[in-house]
Each structure stands twice: as C-alpha cells, then as structure tokens.
Design a protein around this ligand. Structure first.
Ligand code: M6R
Length: 636
C-alpha cells in the first residue's frame, strides 16, 4: 500500500526522505512525491512523478528534486523539513495530479496520507461550497483544505488545526502534515493505518513502516488510533491522545536489521526470503517443546496464549479468518486442528466473513492470521468476532501492528521482515506455527497423546535440514519452469493438505508471473477442469503426489491427465520408483525428502514458490513488486 516518510531536523531532509521512500518501494506504488519546506522562499516545493516503465520510482523522483531546493547554484542552505509519499491508487487514477503530497488553497499546507477517508465526498462538497478549489480526484485532498480552515479558526495553531480536521474524518488514515509557517515541525496523526515515529541526534522521523526508519533509529513508537504527534527539528516529539493530553509513549526496539531490508546478494527479495526459510523454521520451532520429566508429560510451550487450559478444553469451535496466502496457511492449520484436537474448525476469507452474519460466540476461538497485521479485511473480522464475544487469537509477523492491539492474544511468527509482495517465508512460518498450535490444542484437549506429539515434533525439528538440502539443488525446478513458462494456463492438483499446498502454489504463480493458474482438489478434476486439457492447449498440470494416505488416488489422477496429453510436473517423495518410471515417459519430477503427510506442506510449498519465481523471471516480470499488488492491504 502507500508509503509515508516525514522528517524534520538539522540535516538535509531530501536524502532522508528519498532514502526512506526507496525502502518502502517494496510495498508497491504507481506514483510518488515530496513536499519540501524551502527556506529561501518560505514556501513549500511540491515535486510529484508517476511511475515510468522499467525505472525505479525513487530514482525518477531523485532526478526531479532540485539540488538546492528552488535556488539552483546556491548550496548554502539545506531543507530541514519535508514529507514524502509513494502512492498506490484507490481514489483517482494514477497521475501527477492525484499523487501526494496534496496542498490547500494557500499553498502553505502539504499533506500525505495512507488509507481511505470514507466521508470525503460529503467533506469535499462542504469545502467546495465554502470556496475551496480542488486539484485532484483523491479523498486525501479534503484533509489539506480542512486543515487550512481550522488553521485560521484555531489562530494559526497547527496542532489544534490538525486535531480539529482529524476529528472530522471517518475511515482509515496515517497523515503527515507540513506547514510553510512552521518550518521546524511536522504534525502526524493516524487511525487504522500504521505510523511509526523515531528520533535521532539530527531530527525526528515518522514513516508508515519501519524499513524507512531503522537506518536512523531502532527505537520506535507506534502511534495510537486518533492520536497525533508533533515532530520537531531539535530531534524531539510529543504524542497526544485525541483529547490533546500529552503522554509518554512506549518505545519498541525493532529487532530486524537494515540488512534484512536489503537483498544480501540475491537478485530479488523473494529469492532471498525463500532461502531464509530453514532459519525461519528453526526460529519458529525453537523453545516450544518441553520434554517429559518426572512430574510432567512432554508438552508444548504456548505461554503467550492468555486462555487457560480449561478454557482451551471448552472451546466449541475454531474459526480461522485471513486473506490470500495467510488464508491458505489457515486451511492447512484447520485440517491439523480437526485431526489432532477433534474440534470443528472453519476457515473463512476475512472479506466474506465480515459481511455474512457468521455464527460466533463466547465459546468460539477466532484465529486471525495476517503477516502484516494490518490487513483491513482481517481487522474487520477481528472486530466482528470481538463484538460477538469470541476470544481472538492474532497470528502475525509484525510487532506493534494493528492486529496486536485488537486481538485478545497475539502469537508472533518468526519470519522477520518480509519485503517481497509475494509471501513465502511468512507462509512457512504460519504453517509451522499452526502445526504446533494444533498439536498443543490436541494435547490440552486430551485428543493427541504426548508420545505422538513428541514424535511429530521430532519430525518437525528435522525439517530445516531437509529444506536446506532441497534448496542446495534446484535444477529440476528450473527445468520444469523453463518448460512451462509459455503455458496458456496451468492446473495444480493435490489431495488433503496437498490440495491446499496447491492453492498456494497457484496463487504464487498468478501473482508474480501473470500466468493464469488454478488449483483443485484432484478428485474434482473429472467434474469439470479436465475439459481444459488438450495436447494443443499448452495446459501443464502440477501434481502433488508425495507419500500420503491418498497417494494411489493421486497416481490415478496423474495417469488421467497424462492420457489426455497434458505435460505434467509431479512433486514426489525421494526414492519413489513408480514416479521414477513415469518420468521415463517425459513428465518432470521434483523430488522432496520423505516427510509425514501432516508436515508435507512445509516442504512441498518451497519448490512451488521457486517454480513460480523462475517462471516469473523467465517472463521478465518484476518478482518483488507485481503489478497492481501491495504488501499490506490496508483498505477493505
Ligand atoms: O498481511 P496479510 O497476511 O494479512 O496479507 C494477506 C494477503 O494480502 C497476502 O497474503 C497476499 O495474498 C500475498 N501477496 C500473497 O503472496
């Protein structure tokens, strides 16, 4: 989604803003802009650009930023204060006029905004009626004009003007506001859209996400809903609640490094993040297992859960809500929870759950999964569940994210910063964590024996090494990708957790390569999708046929599609001789190490991630920033 950086200080704001925006490019954008307080003219210079094919947005913006603000040739001053933005269009087409920052009628105010002002139409009409002139189609521009009005009404008190303007807004917003008459301060405010602040020896900075800040400081503050903060050039800030009461906020130490936010020698973040997965798995598993001792059976440690064991035993239903890849992780978690804890589990796409009066009550455990912790649909589902009296467990990757504030309990996956829009390592961490949670529920509810749990756990412990061995030789994946890169569409088939792994594999392929793909439970193909297969149609089939209870049935499905002339790529278990024989007939085989069926999604999804990535690269797609998509979807 959009990115915000705001800085005021004693060093040149231009390089800090551009550097920050560059670190937010991964979020996806179609245009970008800066507002710089020009000390020579006392005015605000606004520079905006639309994305150009094949060029980095910040690179284009950097060229357009005058060396010394408006006064070329004079290097005796620097710009102390400015705000920057990368935009992902919601209201109004991608264009220079709609790019942020937006100004008021006087030219003294500049605003950048993430989120959606839901009552912008009514506000715009009201402001137009009072003579304001609008230059864009955006919802954001009303904020600039509202601040303009309240600035006069509040006797040129910028903070009060922003507070009054913000009180008029409904919807979600993270805002940074600059005023030409206040060259040494900025005001920021937020509701339902992330905003973090930090200070350094050389100024104060705010941004919509930590990568834009951690180069300057690791101690950050997550601003509360409808709170605002004043950033000052002397390197201080002041936080205020909606009533204007000043408070000292809690500072959170950001643990991920700047290196995490960089590619570390890989050609793209997605590949880097795929290769980080053994480490992510180790971190996710670490510290969870408590071996049996004289007094206690082996058990798992889930100290973060605020539910007592008795409460876990009396849960009548589990409802998992999530979107996209997180939803797929939820589907896998649901199968395991039902199998081990014998509790009914439903998995709901969050954007549907919110609008269909679901059955949720105080005996329901709602598990909300979101890598970013900021997905608007998932947050809406959390709110609905809380209103209905359910206990909400959030599973997220981001400390301080919205979901951590709204859920009753949060468990963090240990994926560390994920930059590529396509989720990979966060998916693996979610699946691993849900596997552990399903085992824990099973033990607490006396449905999974401690020795069986310990046996599964030891298999889980062996996975990072198996994953490393897979990642050491990816030639078969590359070869299969090369053969499929020009397909007209692709089908993915599997059964049980294998089908869900395929849903995720197909999503990954669509998302980054723009090649259409659909996944099906393999038993369903004869009920329709088989009609798509035709030797002349170039419709390869990816089949997940690792060792499982439905292995024989999968082999039959593979024979069905081979018989109809499809090119087939099979994911099989190392040492599978029957698949090896099929390979002699020209199918592609990607082998994965032997693993119990319940853990197979963790290993099998990795070759599918790589398969999608190699196809995307072969099709010259921007792997990390697929068109039309954003890393965190903060609008419903
Ligand atoms: O941050 P979240 O996990 O809530 O995000 C949900 C989806 O937007 C996300 O998984 C999306 O589908 C990814 N682009 C998939 O790679």
């Amino acid at each position: 989604m959009c990115g915000i950086v705001a800085f005021t200080g004693t060093v040149d704001a231009r390089s800090i803003l551009l550097g920050g925006l560059a670190r937010l490019e991964y979020r996806g954008y179609d245009s970008a802009g800066l507002a710089l307080l020009n000390p020579k003219t006392g005015l605000i210079d606004i520079i905006k650009k639309v994305k150009q094919p094949g060029r980095g947005m910040v690179e284009v913006l950097r060229e357009a930023v005058p060396e010394n603000s408006a006064s070329a040739g004079d290097d005796s001053f620097f710009v102390a204060t400015g705000i920057g933005h990368t935009r992902w269009a919601t209201h109004g087409v991608p264009s220079v006029a709609n790019a942020h920052p937006h100004g008021d009628c006087t030219g003294e105010i500049a605003v950048v905004h993430n989120g959606i002002v839901e009552n912008h139409t009514a506000l715009r009409e009201e402001l137009l009626a009072r003579g304001h002139e609008f230059r864009s189609q955006t919802d954001t521009e009303v904020v600039a004009h509202l601040v303009e009005e309240y600035y006069v009404a509040c006797n040129e008190d910028l903070v009060e003007a922003v507070r009054a303007a913000v009180a008029r807004l409904s919807g979600s917003f993270a805002l940074a506001i600059a005023h030409a008459k206040h060259p040494k301060e900025l005001v920021v405010a937020r509701n339902d859209s992330p905003l973090v602040l930090g200070v350094t020896d050389y100024g104060a900075i705010a941004a919509s996400d930590t990568p834009a800040i951690i180069e300057h400081t690791r101690d950050v503050v997550y601003l509360g809903d409808r709170h605002l903060a004043i950033l000052r050039a002397d390197g201080s800030y002041e936080c205020q609640d909606p009533a204007g009461i000043v408070y000292v906020p809690t500072t959170v130490r950001v643990e991920h490094s700047l290196e995490d936010a960089e590619r570390g020698g890989f050609p793209d973040f997605m590949l880097k993040e795929i290769y980080e997965q053994p480490r992510v798995l180790r971190d996710t598993i670490a510290g969870r297992f408590c071996a049996a001792n004289k007094c206690e059976q082996a058990h798992l440690n889930f100290d973060e859960l605020s539910l007592t064991q008795e409460e876990l035993r009396t849960i009548e239903r589990v409802v998992i809500v999530a979107c996209g890849t997180s939803y797929h992780a939820g589907l896998i978690g649901a199968e395991l929870m039902e199998a081990w804890a014998r509790v009914p589990v439903s998995v709901e796409v969050a954007s549907e759950f919110c609008y269909r009066n679901p059955i949720v009550n105080s005996h329901t455990l709602v598990v909300a999964i979101s890598q970013s912790g900021e997905t608007a649909d998932t947050l809406e589902a959390v709110r609905l569940a809380r209103r209905a009296g359910a206990h909400v467990l959030g599973i997220t990757n981001v400390v301080g994210s919205r979901i951590t504030l709204e859920a009753n309990t949060t468990i963090f996956i240990k994926a560390h910063l994920e930059i590529s829009v396509a989720a990979t390592k966060s998916f693996l961490a979610q699946v691993a964590l849900l596997t552990l949670l399903a085992m824990h529920l099973g033990c607490v509810r006396n449905q999974l024996a401690a020795d069986k749990m310990a046996a599964i756990f030891s298999e889980l412990l062996a996975l990072p090494e198996k994953l490393e061995s897979m990642l050491a030789d990816v030639n078969s994946i590359k070869e299969a990708a090369e053969k499929c890169k020009d397909a007209s569409t692709m089908l993915f088939i599997g059964r049980g957790v294998g089908a869900t792994t395929c849903y995720e594999g197909a999503l990954k392929l669509k998302e980054i390569s723009y090649l259409h793909a659909e996944a099906f439970a393999a038993g369903e193909i004869k009920h329709g999708p088989l009609a798509l297969i035709d030797p002349s149609a170039n419709t390869p089939v990816v089949a997940l046929a690792t060792q499982s209870a439905t292995y024989e049935k999968m082999l039959a499905n593979i024979e069905e599609v081979i018989a109809r002339g499809a090119h087939v790529v099979v994911l099989a278990t190392e040492g599978d001789e029957r698949i090896a024989k099929l390979a002699l007939q020209g199918i592609d085989v990607i082998y994965i190490p032997k693993v119990p069926e319940c853990l197979s999604p963790i290993l099998a999804s990795v070759p599918l991630q790589l398969f999608a990535r190699y196809i995307a690269v072969a099709r010259n797609c921007d792997v990390d920033q697929p068109r039309n998509l954003a890393k965190s979807v903060t609008v419903v």
